[in-house]
Each structure stands twice: as C-alpha cells, then as structure tokens.
Write a protein that binds this ligand. Structure first.
Ligand SMILES: Nc1ncnc2c1ncn2[C@@H]1O[C@H](COP(=O)(O)OP(=O)(O)OP(=O)(O)O)[C@@H](O)[C@H]1O
Length: 312
C-alpha cells in the first residue's frame, strides 16, 4: 500500500518516430503540489493527458488515486479534475451558468451555494451574469479552474494554469492552490514559470527530451547546481584580509567588506567556515547562504534557458 496519489513507472509515449516520453518514473505524494517543468514541446501536456486518461501510453504503468489508468478509466476520472490550455467553457453561457451546468452534471448537493462561493472566491462575482464569450483570457482561466473544483476532486491537474494571467490573478490562483492543498487535495502542475514552481511546489521534476533530468524539492534542486555560496561581511579591512587568506577559493568585495565563499551550503561546510574564522578569532558581522534560483537550475540541467529566457 502506498500514500502516493500518483505513481508512474516506465512511462513511454511516442508519436510515430518521435519519442516524447522515454520511460519516466515519478511519484506524487497525497496532499502535495508536484510540478513538472520543461521547455516547450518537452512532453508535459502529453504526460497530463496520459495521467488524466485522455491518451493511452505505449508502455509503463500509471496509477492515479490508486487506480490503473489503463484498466480503471472510470474510477480515475471520478477522482480527478483537469484544467488546461483547452478551456472547457461554453462561450454562449454566462459564468454562473457554466458553473451551474457543471454542478448539475456532477450532481453536486447544494449546487447554488457552491456556484456562488466559487464565483466569489475567483473574483468573478461582478461578471457572473455576462456571457463567457466576453471574458478576458485570465477570466476564462479562472472560470475553467472554478469549474474543475465543483465536484471537489481529490487530484487536480493544472496545465500551465497562469499563462497569460496578470500578476494579481496569478497570486489569486496561487492562493487557491495553497488552500486546496491545505484541505488535502493533490495538485499536479505544469508550468513554464520557474518562480511559480519554486513558490508552490513540494516537489519538482524537470523533463527534457523524453527524460526526467532532475527531481527533488525546490531547495534540493537549487543545491545541485554550482553557484551556492556563503556571503560573509566583516567589520574592517583587516578581518577581511585575514578571512580571504584562510578561506580557499573566496572572492572579495573590498567596498562592501564582504567575502563570497563557494560551498555546499549544508551544515558541515558552514561549520567548517565558522571554525576557520574562530581559529583566527575573526567575527563575521553578517553571514548568509545564497542558493541559485530555478532559472540557474534549469539552465544547468537542460543546457538551455527556460522558455521565458529564450523568449527574451
Ligand atoms: N497528437 C500529436 N501528434 C504528433 N505529435 C504530437 C502530438 N501531440 C504532441 N506532439 C508532439 O509531442 C511533443 C510534446 O508535446 P507536449 O504538448 O506534450 O509538450 P509540452 O511540454 O506540453 O509543451 P508546451 O509547453 O509547449 O505546451 C511536441 O514535440 C509535440 O509537437
């Protein structure tokens, strides 16, 4: 028995000669946010589609909410919600009517109240009675996610949920994701925004050319790429001189009286630095550990910049 909401092993998918997923394995813990990062065309949507029973894998096993996606399609579908680049809304209905229709389809008890609460929560109250055709891209995404939440699915797939949203709407979306997780929902997120994955995820996988090139907590991934360093600041130039002499590989900034010491940022290497300073009776006035951000990780792992960077 496992408490994994999703368990994927040896997943393969090709379109003709083009291998998109070349045997990938990962698990998603219940009640967590799991993000899949990858450049355009890496296979993120393909993965979501297989996990959500919309596409058949060529090989491998995929269990979602404890059910095999190949044989228990109905049970998997009853446990999940999918929102993505394809908005499922009916343009000729109002926001409220779209949600009401979903509540009816899912036979939601006290559907009216659910609909009103969702409109409120997604900041869609004012536009609730306007046709969805008149909604902006951001409003459509919010309505799409609201519709996904109607049946309170255990697992939600969010395929690039904030692409094209303004900063305020992105933050609203992030708040909603956090609330869902607090209440036990599992979120599988694909995103091109590294800061979004960093902000929300318990675990991240990086997909590139059919393989998972890395997986771990955001902090673990950041520690894997070079660039982690400790920054020390001293009271005067004498202390800086001595510290620069006794700490190998350090680079100094005389103006700031600061020293940048490359290292792992783990407790053992931090202790070694502090012990060295103690031996020479030097006190660092400031001490901080800097880890690279996910942009650095992405570049180091895939050999190319994130989509956002490429677009610059
Ligand atoms: N139905 C299809 N037939 C043939 N090739 C396909 C099909 N669907 C996707 N592909 C190809 O498979 C690869 C992966 O596509 P996918 O949409 O899964 O990538 P993605 O990581 O979601 O990209 P994006 O970030 O651009 O949405 C791409 O090269 C795409 O062109």
């Amino acid at each position: 028995m496992t408490s994994s909401a999703i368990a994927v092993s040896g997943l393969r998918k090709a379109y003709g000669d083009k291998v998109v997923l070349d045997g990938i394995d990962f698990e998603v813990a219940e009640g967590s946010v799991f993000s899949m990062l990858g450049p355009n065309g890496a296979g993120k949507t393909t993965t979501v589609n297989v996990l959500a029973t919309l596409l058949k894998a060529d090989a491998g096993t995929v269990r979602v909410a404890g059910h095999d996606v190949a044989t228990a399609t109905k049970q998997v579908r009853a446990s999940i919600g999918v929102t993505g680049q394809f908005a499922a809304l009916d343009d000729l209905l109002t926001g409220r009517e779209n949600l009401q229709l979903m509540a009816d389809l899912k036979r939601t008890p006290s559907g009216d109240r659910t609909v009103s609460q969702l409109l409120e929560r997604f900041d869609l109250g004012e536009s609730a009675d306007k046709m969805a055709a008149t909604y902006s891209g951001g409003m459509r995404r919010k309505l799409d996610l609201a519709m996904t939440l109607v049946g309170r699915p255990q697992i939600i797939f969010l395929d690039e949920p904030t692409t094209g949203l303004d900063p305020r709407s992105r933050r609203t979306m992030w708040g909603i994701v956090r609330d869902l997780v607090v209440n036990g929902t599992t979120i599988f997120l694909t995103t091109q925004y590294l800061d979004e994955a960093d902000e929300l995820s318990d675990r991240i996988v990086v997909l590139d050319q059919g393989h998972l090139v890395a997986q771990g907590a955001p902090e673990e991934l950041k520690r894997q790429v070079p660039g982690t360093h400790v920054r020390l600041r001293f009271a005067d130039l004498d202390d800086l001189d001595t510290a620069a002499r006794i700490l190998p590989g350090a680079t100094r900034d005389d103006q700031e009286l600061a020293l940048r010491v490359p290292g792992e940022g783990d407790s053992k290497s931090l202790r070694a630095i502090l012990d060295r300073l103690d031996e020479h009776m030097i006190n660092a006035q400031e001490f901080s550990v800097h880890t690279p951000d996910l942009d650095d990780v992405f570049l180091a792992l895939t050999g190319h910049a994130s989509t956002k960077e490429e677009a610059k």
